[in-house]
Design a protein around this ligand. Structure first.
Ligand SMILES: [Zn+2]
Length: 533
């Protein structure tokens, strides 16, 4: 009885041959039984034969050459070797006098005719594999070029069969989109994102959170933007499927992935969130906390690395809020001018005379109407006279109304000046919400370009600055003995009165009053009082 090795191999490529290791082994054992052979050792290989690297095969050849068995029984030619290099090594065994048997073939490998038949079969088998591979590739490439993805769908999409486009899965699709959005926010690490996604319902096959590797792979897969990438081949195709996310979000995720590995990111409501724009693209600068500092960064990949710390933003805002420089002296001066303006209006006004004048006008109107009824005057005369009297009446009523307004405006200007003077103090002591409101009301065109912060005063603040600058202390002094203000100063005061009544200033004043009510406000009050001294 001859002692031989048994060699079996299954390939990992699914080719529908259905010859399991067990089936091959059975065939070899039957052959051995018929041919008086004992299988003394099995060599089992689970690998594709398209590559020549086969460790078990190599070990077996070594043992055969070393004479540890009389020969080898293999299942089939195409199971023994699928490339000519391995085939040549089998031929070499036979040439050395080692028996080579194929359990399912009837030829004698040692004879010249048998060897030729085997060689031809090998050539055909090799060609078959080569053709199969190229056909698969051709088919796949054809599908890819038409936008189809001939592999199983990535998480978030559904498989609809080979020749169909992948469609967004109604359940996992939106969750995948959220995964990109959450990660792009910079507030999640891969680890915390896995758990957050599991909480929302995006889980791995085991029902637990996705593995970190899986999450990393899908966050890097451009399939979600509509692009098919075959990494191995280094090829990219335009997919026909509906994208889940846009390219911009994908890029932002890539940026977070590359730039933030290992850095701790915490959730925080940052003071200037959404208030400053990137100077180059106009999008909001996004806050993040790092090593105890808050940074604002533009997350648009096309922008140069636009990033700034919180402190310069704060000082730029404070500088603008101080734009209207008001010393106590100028407040007093403007106050005096406002009083003068108010009194100038009041001078010609006397409440008693006004009501007497009004009564007189009303009386004359009555008489005129009587005369018209008794036909003492004609219609044309009546109309002309009545019109004149009505105008007079309106003028007197207007004077009275103006007088009330002068008083209100005086108060408003006083409050407004006080507000302008303490705007920065107020800002410093305000709570974060108050600060944000002051920034929104008091400034405009906030942007960051490289390390340059650009903040402009709001329109009303610019106008206030101009009005205050126009009212010099000198003007207050020179006009102190004259009743009437210069036309110039009167216009400035009117401008201040209009600003003092504007909705922006009303809102700021409300903030200012609220400030008094809380603890910080108490300190603010103290400080304002000290400033006033
Ligand atoms: Zn930008």
């Amino acid at each position: 009885m001859k002692q031989c090795f048994g060699y079996v191999r299954v390939s990992t490529q699914k080719q529908g041959e259905g010859v399991s290791l067990e089936a091959q082994r059975d065939a070899i054992l039957r052959f051995a039984g018929r041919n008086d052979i004992t299988v003394i050792r099995w060599f089992e290989e689970q690998q594709t034969a398209a590559k020549s690297g086969r460790p078990v095969f190599d070990a077996m050849l070594k043992d055969l050459r070393a004479g540890k068995a009389a020969g080898v029984v293999m299942h089939k030619i195409d199971r023994s070797a699928r490339n000519f290099f391995d085939w040549a090594r089998i031929g070499d065994l036979a040439d050395r006098g080692i028996d080579v048997h194929f359990a399912t073939e009837s030829f004698d490998f040692r004879s010249r005719g048998g060897r030729l038949t085997a060689n031809i079969q090998m050539a055909v088998a090799e060609d078959y594999v080569r053709n199969l591979r190229s056909e698969i590739k051709k088919g796949q490439r054809g599908l890819l070029e038409r936008g189809y993805y001939p592999f199983s769908a990535p998480i978030g999409y559904s498989n609809n069969g080979k020749g169909e486009l992948k469609t967004i899965d109604p359940i996992s699709g939106p969750l995948v989109r959220q995964a990109f959005e959450l990660y792009a926010s910079g507030q999640y690490s891969l680890h915390s994102l896995r758990h957050e996604l599991a909480r929302r319902g995006l889980r791995g096959a085991s029902g637990g959170p996705l593995s970190k590797g899986c999450l990393e792979r899908f966050l890097a897969n451009p399939f979600y933007t509509g692009t098919i990438r075959i990494r191995r081949a280094g090829e990219v195709y335009a997919g026909g499927h509906e994208p889940l996310i846009d390219a911009e979000l994908f890029e932002r995720v890539a940026l977070v992935r590359s730039g933030k590995s290992g850095k701790k990111v915490t959730r925080h409501n940052h003071l200037f969130r959404g208030l400053f724009a990137c100077g180059s693209c106009g999008r909001a600068m996004i806050p993040e906390r790092q090593k105890g500092h808050v940074y604002y960064r533009c997350h648009v990949p096309a922008c140069p690395r636009n990033c700034i710390r919180e402190e310069p933003l704060d000082s730029a805002v404070r500088q603008v809020l101080q734009a209207v420089r008001l010393c106590d002296e100028s407040i007093t001066a403007i106050d005096q001018l406002a009083k003068k303006w108010s009194r100038a209006g009041a001078r010609s006004y006397d409440a008693k005379t006004a009501s007497m004048r009004l009564a007189k006008v009303n009386e004359r109107i009555e008489k005129l109407e009587d005369a018209a009824i008794e036909q003492i005057i004609d219609k044309a005369t009546f109309m002309a006279r009545k019109e004149k009297l009505l105008l007079e009446k309106t003028a007197i009523e207007q004077e009275t109304a103006d007088q009330d307004r002068f008083g209100r405006d005086m108060d408003a200007i006083g409050r407004f000046l006080e507000l302008l003077k303490n705007l920065v103090v107020h800002y410093d002591y305000a709570d974060p919400m108050g600060k944000r409101e002051i920034i929104e009301i008091g400034t405009s065109n906030r942007s960051v370009m490289a390390k340059n912060v650009s903040v402009e005063p709001a329109n009303w603040l610019v106008r206030a600055e101009e009005a205050v600058a126009g009212l010099s202390c000198a003007d207050a002094r020179t006009t102190s003995r004259i009743w009437r203000l210069s036309k110039h100063s009167e216009q400035r005061i009117q401008e201040l009165a209009a600003l003092a009544r504007s909705s922006e200033v009303e809102r700021l004043h409300q903030r200012f009053m609220d400030g008094y009510k809380n603890a910080a406000g108490t300190r603010l009050h103290d400080r304002i009082d000290r400033n006033a001294l």
